[in-house]
Write a protein that binds this ligand. Structure first.
Ligand code: ZN
Ligand code: FE
Length: 256
């Protein structure tokens, strides 16, 4: 079976960069390119040659390195068709239902609007990983900037339906703040209490809290748990739809 090597590294102030390498073909992709310098340093550290950039969305902290890295390596830039005009250097446009062949792997693409209007995620089932950009974070989710709350909820549901053992690579290390907020809307969730302690310890040691297993998000992330009786009770929305509960939780996080 094909093997995918994955290297995650912190960059900018709170972003993560991720490099993936298909061992058989030697193809190397950067998931987003937050900073040319940081991606270049990570490539040098691994002695890997960049062949692809897989873009999740157009925000500068995910695309700032695109043009410089493309000029240096001739890499192919793959990105979201719905906002292709905002992705510097884009070569291949992908959208809902597309499969992008990366070496011996297939990256399945889902459109996940809400944070940006054209945000996409990449799921590589044969490696049990998904690159979710700024849709979902550990115990958190991205700000809803270019889409409706409803659209964002639908996008989060797409992530929630992946196999629970899927490891999610996210754009940012916001975990400590997310855990604090999560406890305000679901204080009785024992899994959440335990995880909040765990991530405090990881961060105190300077370690990343990501990637995160989808199963852990399903158990602790208030933005994916709109059907939680406790959350509904705490925010006083026992009979609302999941999408409405999500919207209220997101609004509270914005205010908090
Ligand atoms: Zn973003
Ligand atoms: Fe971001």
């Amino acid at each position: 079976m094909a093997e995918l090597e994955i290297y995650q590294f912190p960059c900018l102030s709170d972003n993560y960069g991720v490099l993936i390498r298909d061992k058989d073909s030697g193809h190397v992709a950067s998931i987003d390119a937050p900073s040319a310098d940081d991606v270049r340093a990570a490539l040098a550290e691994k002695a890997w040659n960049l062949t692809h950039i897989l873009t999740t969305h157009h925000h500068w902290d995910h695309t700032d390195g695109n043009l410089a890295l493309k000029a240096e390596t001739g890499c192919t830039i793959v990105g979201p068709r719905p906002e292709a005009d905002k992705v510097p250097g884009i070569d291949v446009k992908v959208g809902e239902g597309d499969s992008y062949k990366f070496g011996g792997f297939e990256a399945k693409v889902f459109e996940t609007p809400g944070h940006t209007a054209g945000h996409i995620i990449y799921w590589i089932p044969d490696a049990s990983v998904a690159f979710v950009g700024d849709v979902l974070f550990a115990m958190g989710c991205g700000r809803v900037i270019e889409g409706s709350m409803d659209a964002m909820w639908n996008s989060i549901e797409k992530v929630a339906k992946l196999p629970p053992e899927t490891m999610l690579y996210c754009g940012h290390e916001y975990t400590i703040a997310n855990a604090k907020f999560a406890l305000t809307v679901e204080p009785g969730n024992a899994a959440l209490q335990a995880r909040a302690k765990e991530v405090e310890e990881l961060r105190a040691q300077g370690k990343p809290t990501l990637p995160t297993k989808l199963a852990d998000e399903l158990a602790t992330n208030p933005f994916i748990r709109a059907d939680s009786a406790e959350i509904r009770q705490v925010i006083g929305m026992e009979n609302a739809s999941n999408s409405e509960v999500f919207a209220e939780v997101r609004e509270r996080k914005n205010r908090g």
